[in-house]
Every structure is written in structure tokens, then in C-alpha cells.
Design a binder for this molecule. Sequence first.
Ligand code: BTN
Length: 327
Amino acid sequence: MMAKPRLSQGLPELVEALRDAAAPVSGETLAGGLGLSRAAVWKRMQRLKALGYAIEGSPRRGYRLLAAPDKLLPAEVLQGLAARYFKGPVHHYETLPSTNDLAKELGGQEAPEGTVVVAESQTRGRGRLGRDWSSPPGVGLYVSLLLRPKLPPEELPQITLTAAVAAVKAVRKVSGLAAGIKWPNDLLWQGKKLGGILTEMETEADCIRHLVVGLGVNVNNRDFPPDLAATATSLALAAGGPVSRVRLLQAFLEGFEVLYERFLAREFAGILKEWKEYAVTLGQWVTVRQGLKEISGLAVEVAPDGALLLQIRPGEIVRVTSGELAP
Ligand code: BTN
């Protein structure tokens, strides 16, 4: 007996077929085009409606797509995505504890490089240094990308800096804001935090088994919890209007794949040069907090391995590999 196709199978193609059509499309035409039965097409229409797609019509008159939901659904993310490798599968959830946790789990199950996990909200979103990442529903981008570079774990900071360059470029492209990077990978606009990256890996002997790049961006938030209100902002607040989360994710995947290829081709020096062009802290007197310890100095350089070099007094340079720059 032939295996029944899963209900999620063919959804992006169905949305694309409806989107491309100038007039209502019959169930028969859709079924023929997608290699499904008419009953299977009908079931998928119900599924799309449940996901929030406004679809008019009936199996007899044909179907017409009136509106797509403002969600990071696979059919939306994959539509027009100009990526060659970072193009899913896209796992979308209304809510997850943390997209990084699920992506790590999928990494352990041999999911392919380029697997994307995205959620409309997170109940236990995690930031760097053991912090929480506020993840209210429908307004932010909470995404994790699975990578499988055959590299030693020491190269993780460089991959994170590479992801930060991709993220800041995507933010600039989609919102038009002159966003910058605060070492190592905070996305900033006028001193306030727009987003950040949490990279986590599994290792095996002296090699990365898989790694997860988790990106969180405040996109359409209109306000923030009291503890964040003074230090955080969103693309919508900064740009003065809503920004498409789908376009932002697409721009990140498209841009990151190009930079990641350059990184694998051992071209990190060029990527670091770009990182420095976006860095807002180089050349400034800064304080790095590492737990209870603080180090202050002039941020003179970022080393080829991603460490921040602080000149703490004339002739004395300190390498900083972890911690957070005080605002
Ligand atoms: C930071 O502290 O600046 C990093 C924040 C990273 C948040 C993202 S949201 C998607 C992914 N899932 C998580 O739990 N964290 C990352």
C-alpha cells in the first residue's frame, strides 16, 4: 500500500499555486499540479485556514487566496527565499520553550544542515550568560539554524561573529535602520538593544558535531517589560512602522549562507573586517562584566579569533573572550 502523504506535505506548494493564480483555481487543477487527490487538497485547504490563511471558495467553484497570516509559516518563509542551502526544512511552532533547544535536539537526530526552527513565542527563551530572552507572541523573530561545520570547537566565536554580520545586514536591509554590533554579537540601534545571538554546540572528540545559531530580534514590539524598557528597542519603534518578520528571516538566511560559505573557505579576515565596520564599541572606553569581575579599558581591536582586545593602561593589552560590555 502507498504511504499517505503527511498533511504538512505540499502546503507551501499549495500556497504558491494560489498566490500565483489570477483567478480562482479548481480543486482538480490543484490536485493535478501537486500530485495529490482532490480530498487531500481539500484537507490541506482546511489546514491552511486553521493556520490563518484567508481562502475563499469551494471545491466546485475553485479556491482563491485573500490574505496570508502574519506568521513565520514555512510556506511564507520558503516563498521567494533566495537561498541555496539554508532553506529548511522549516519547523514552525506557535510556542516552544526555546527554538535553540529543539534545534539542538534535531541536530542529535541527524537533521540536515540548514534546518530552521522558528516559533511565534518562547516560554523559556534563553540569552547569553544564562539570561532569559523575552519572547512575546507574534512580534519578535525567534529562530535557530542548525549547522554542521567540520571544524574544531575553538572556531565557534568566529562563526558567531559571522552570524552577527549577517544579522546586522539583514536588519539594515529590511528596516533601513543604521543598526550596529556591540561586541560580541548584540544588535544595537542608538545604544539600545534590538537583538542578539546565542550559539551553542555539541562536540565530538576535537570536532564540532553540530551547532545551533539562535537569533532573537525585537521586531514589532510596541513596548517592553519594565526591566528592559530602558535598554531595549524594536525595529518597529525605531523605524516608525511595522517590519516584516518573514522578510527579515529570509534576508538573514540568504545573507548568512553567503558569509558562512566564505567562512568555510577560510576567508574570516574579510568577514572580521566587515564586522568592524558595523562595530559601535571599537575605539571607545568600555567596561566588560564577567560575573562579579569588571575590566575597563580602551576597546582597541578584535583579534582574528574573535577576542576583544582592551588596552587597560599604556602598553598593557588584555584579551577578553567572554562577558558583556556594560552599556
Ligand atoms: C543575547 O543574549 O543577546 C542572545 C539572545 C538570543 C535569543 C534567541 S531567540 C531564538 C533562540 N532561542 C533561544 O532560546 N535563544 C535564541
